[in-house]
Design a protein around this ligand. Structure first.
Ligand code: NDP
Length: 254
């Protein structure tokens, strides 16, 4: 038996149409899972699905704003109808509004919290009955180095990502008896659209990250593929509630 095999499993990946989410979707598909790519941008999702199809993987796009409880419930129903169930949920969708606390409006604060943290609660809550009915499942939550560290330019982002670790622990304890494992991963600096914007907005960011990362490079979305498979597969069946850095040593470097 290959304990990393995901053949026959169905994975929902929120924000699976680009960046880290796409990397995770591709890793899960490589291990045999069918992928539900969830995002707001239908064109981007269609492109991601096409790329997965070109690799001979099973994938379909589902348009939903993960901050909207009704849209989330409808999306989970549509995935179940389309693929016959759900076994894996990756809560990956996220945004940042790069402002100091004194400049961030209450609406902006709420938008970041809703997108990064409340969405994970909504999607997990909507998937729970389906996972339970299937006899178990896996939930992977995307945190950040800002689950651990603070920053002057992302108070809502850091609060949401710190909250993701605590949400992970709570869901893990609540649903362990249902054979649902819930874990969080904390990416270091990964080259994506999100960080390309940060690099152009924050002076010296690129070099500071390189200097602090013992691996001596920024991460690629490929670096998330194996992690996704590990946390989504039988290989991690007795691991729940943890927050694992994927950062080339950034968080352990002085
Ligand atoms: P991208 O901007 O490339 O991806 C963000 C994804 O989130 C998009 O696919 C977007 O799809 C989706 N999304 C955003 N808002 C919503 C919404 N309301 N409903 C549905 N989907 C939504 O960034 P990354 O790949 O870099 O980021 C992905 C995750 O990784 C985020 O949670 C981010 O915080 C986290 N992260 C990234 C790091 C990095 O270095 N890149 C480091 C640590 C964490 P669409 O536009 O179609 O809605």
């Amino acid at each position: 038996m290959n304990m990393f095999d995901l053949t026959g499993k169905v994975a929902i990946v929120t924000g699976g149409n680009g960046g880290i989410g796409f990397g995770m979707a591709r890793g899960l598909a490589r291990a045999g899972a069918s992928i539900a790519v969830v995002g707001r941008n239908a064109e981007k999702s269609a492109q991601a699905v096409q790329e997965l199809h070109s690799l001979d993987f099973q994938a379909r796009a589902f348009q939903a704003d993960v901050t909207d409880p009704e849209a989330v419930a409808g999306m989970v129903d549509a995935v179940v109808e389309s693929f016959g169930g759900v076994d894996i949920l990756v809560n990956n969708a996220g945004i940042n509004i790069r402002k100091r606390p004194e400049d961030l409006s209450p609406d902006e604060w709420q938008q970041v919290l809703n997108t990064n943290l409340t969405s994970a609660f909504l999607c997990s809550r909507a998937c729970y009955p389906v996972l339970k009915r299937a006899g178990g499942g896996k939930i992977l939550n995307n945190g950040s180095m800002l689950s651990i560290f603070g920053t002057p330019w992302g108070p809502a982002y850091a609060a949401s990502k710190g909250g993701m670790v605590q949400l992970t622990k709570s869901l893990a304890t609540a649903w362990a008896a249902d054979n649902i494992q819930v874990n969080c991963f904390l990416p270091g600096w990964i080259d994506t659209e999100l960080t390309r914007n940060a690099r152009s907005e924050v002076d010296g960011l690129h070099d500071r990250v390189l200097a602090r990362t013992p691996a001596g490079r920024w991460g690629d979305i490929e670096d998330l593929e194996g992690l996704a498979v590990f946390f989504a597969s039988a290989a991690s069946n007795f691991i729940t509630g943890v927050a694992m850095p994927v950062d080339g040593g950034f968080s352990v470097s002085g």
